[in-house]
Design a protein around this ligand. Structure first.
Ligand code: ADP
Ligand code: 5GP
Length: 196
């Protein structure tokens, strides 16, 4: 797909767990501080170093269910035994102010966003191979063996959804994948960190 000259208002980044979405998003945010990343609600326990309100809003199953029932989430899904969802109000507020919004979410959530916000730009991030994906999940060292098995099974399923997306980025080498995302998201002309 051709590069877009202005930042896209709402971009959804999806791809199997361990493919490198978090890493790519971190690099994008360093290079484009104007980009706002939605902080999701989850019932997953914090990983070492993860902070409330920065990486996630950590909820008990009961308070997550209350969010869902109260319509507080733009989309939500269960993933590897936990609930994950995008707080609606914060996204709507940024969009109203013209701030480019990025959601980094799994497949079911991306499908819900596609139904409710068809104007959102949806990017699928693919690993170079399933073997490399497994290496990355294991190398990250944050998941139990049981969680790894669940994440890999889910990954195989998610990879078949690639054709549903507006664009596909293969995360082989990080610099190239970031550059492709910048082009697709219309961020190319407004980098502020001085890097090439
Ligand atoms: P996700 O957010 O999709 O679950 P992460 O960003 O946590 O994935 O990345 C999973 C692991 O893969 C991390 O250890 C990360 O450093 C590594 N990784 C990410 N991108 C690449 C890449 N292009 N090449 C090699 N390793 C990568
Ligand atoms: P992790 O536990 O590795 O942080 O995230 C697991 C999966 O949940 C990842 O694929 C991530 O993209 C997805 N995820 C994170 N936040 C949300 C969210 O708000 N909604 C949905 N649907 N998925 C999310």
């Amino acid at each position: 797909m051709a590069a877009t000259p202005t930042p896209r208002p709402l971009t959804v980044l999806t791809g199997p767990s361990g493919v490198g979405k978090g890493t790519l998003v971190q690099l994008l945010r360093q290079r484009h501080p104007q980009l706002w990343l939605s902080v999701s609600a989850t019932t997953r326990a914090p990983r070492p170093g993860e902070q409330e309100g920065v990486h996630y809003f950590f909820h008990s199953p009961a308070s997550f269910d209350a969010l869902v029932e109260g319509g507080g989430l733009l989309e939500w899904a269960r993933f590897a035994g936990n609930g994950y969802g995008t707080p609606r109000a914060a996204v709507e507020e940024r969009l109203a102010r013209g701030i480019p919004v990025l959601l980094e979410i799994e497949l079911e959530g991306a499908r819900q966003v596609r139904r409710h916000c068809p104007e959102a730009f949806q990017v699928f991030v693919r690993p170079p191979s399933l073997e490399e994906l497994e290496r990355r999940i294991r190398g990250r060292g944050t998941d139990s063996e049981e969680a790894i098995v669940r994440r890999l099974a889910r990954a195989e399923e998610e990879l078949t959804a690639e054709p549903e997306f507006d664009a596909v980025v293969v995360n082989h080498e990080l610099p190239q994948a970031v550059a492709e995302l910048e082009q697709l998201m219309g961020l190319g002309a407004c980098r502020t960190d001085g890097t090439a």
